[in-house]
Design a protein around this ligand. Sequence first.
Ligand SMILES: [Cu+2]
Length: 116
Amino acid sequence: MQNRGRTVIAAAVAALGLAGCGGSTVERSITAATVDTAPGFSPGVITVDKGEEVVLTVGNSTARAHGFAIEGYGVLEEVNPNIPLELKFIARKGGTFKIYCQLHKDTHQPATLVVQ
Ligand SMILES: [Cu+2]
């Protein structure tokens, strides 16, 4: 099985700049998966601390491509089956942000990013 991940530095990070970042780095992962017989994300909630650099691995355990977007963080990607995507961003904004699939907005259950 191929496992060619690609790394994306979220646009929001570039816009805000990386200079002056003294925070720690945390790794999280989330996977587009079938949740209760419908497309969703697992886990449904990702929690990080404000100011942390987040290395987020986005997987896809389903048979088709899914979108991966984080509202408020400028993330808008696609993730193909079994080709994980690595996203890096700094959690500069606190709050609760919707994670959703822009390809199947009506049927794909959203998840949540909590920056505390
Ligand atoms: Cu989807």
